[in-house]
Design a protein around this ligand. Sequence first.
Ligand code: AMP
Length: 565
Amino acid sequence: MIIGIDLGTTNSLCAYYGDEGARVIPNRLGKPLTPSVVSIDGQGLVLVGETAREYGLMHPDRTASVFKRFMGTDKKYMLGGRAYHAEELSAFVLRALKEDAQAYLNEEITEAVISVPAYFDDKRRKATKRAGELAGLKVERIISEPTAAAIAYGLYEKKSSTRFLVFDLGGGTFDVSILELFENILEVRAVAGDNYLGGEDFTELLVNEFLEKNNIPEDALSLRELGRLHKEAEAAKRAFSDSDEVSIAFSYNNENKELHISLKDYETLCEPLLEKIRRPVQRSLSDAHIRLSEIDEVVLVGGATRLSTVHNFIVKLFRKFPDTSINPDEAVALGTAVQAAMKERNEAVKEVILTDVCSFTLGTEVSVERADGSYEPGHFMPIIDRNTVIQTSSTQRVRTLYDNQERIRVNILQGESRFADNNLLLGSMTVNVPKNAAGEEAVDITYIYDINSLLEVEVKVVSTGDVKKQVIKGKSNDMSEAEVSRRMEELSYLKIHPRDREENRLLLLKGERMYEECTGNTRMKLDFRLRRFEEALSSHEHEQIEDARRRLKEQLEEIEKSGNK
Ligand code: AMP
């Protein structure tokens, strides 16, 4: 079976297509979401998900999160003395999801469809694919998250002929996409977004407000303290769903510090972030040449759309209530499962043809003429505009600038800035041209962008007909197959903490943290329960383990409820 995976910034999840349609696969803890958090513990075991998040509260230096933001970049994370790229950390998450899916479905899983933000460029898509390979998964297809969400809403719900706006605010990224479903063609009309905006920013607002109101400089807190404060702020943010005022309590230098904040004040703090949401929405509409009133459905994706401030803003912005019939956390994963079923030619799903757009403008560097006739270099000339449906090709002619010029250099750029330097250089080519008077010689530059987001550049010298071609395969950090298998072998020495013992490990970690946080009698009672549980675990007696686990759980819940920390 091919499974579908939503590899998220904050949480990841997987789904499969079974007899009853697309279904989310619960992880070993019985939960649909696995936090995209990775730790390497003292014994060199890899922890993933909730256990890693819990471990991270005590060992932030051995824990990484939100690494999806740096997928496909050279950024390295040092965990337990070794460096990892974002794609390698993602591979650990994928490995855990794969193992949990195998246990749940009771079969070996070797293939997957993985989703990525529409805004991910080629380099990031390739890094995601490699993460899958490093996890031992053949990646059948990389699919854009909004496309997956639209598939979940459009096909799963058997709607036809609909214009969707998919509003996806996850933990760290924001994507807006406009898609049109007509019969069996799902066409992406436009995508826009912000790779540096997400639910975490809404949490940070509360962290900063807390520090400011209590006169605590941010750098006064240790990583561990910051982690704990962040956890409190996250809970407060979520509490706004049910109340008009929330509070954060946090002990700092043995003093209890607090923040009480009303929803109204929080909304004021959120204004600059909400303003940042507006821009990509407008840009996607204008790129798609669609008016707001022509959108049939606004579909919400990503956990941060649950935040009441964001939800209310969406209702006001679109002047309609969004469709929330599918859980915003699950829509993308369900869509990837439907796409996986299509790949398997499952007869229960109708085949759709997906068309995508290129998310960035592709162009070249040129000199432009000043009023006095001289030339100013460094300008960007677009060749393929962003949001053009792929596959596509387009040609622009560039002339020689001075007499007897012998060569023309073509810089291949991606981005939206007027200036070449501000855009990303993907590659360059140089062609020879016959000596001639300025402007008499020219080259035709053709960009061909295929369905897999591979760009082919063709430069033709107009006077001689000479042609030079180059396929742009992304940046140099592309690994060869041999490198992937070498790295895979290296990573396979790192054992994932046995997933079937996940719940016990999590409970122990939680207990240890709470032990540190509480005092007095509570602390002693907790110590007793922890010891009993450890003894039970080493006895390997099933009943004894169950009993000690239940008692420890009850004790932890009691402490959490009473707030004795
Ligand atoms: P995702 O990457 O889609 O899993 O989104 C995770 C983000 O959604 C995080 O920033 C969470 O804080 C946020 N989030 C999840 N549930 C809620 C909720 N009930 N209220 C507010 N924010 C939430």
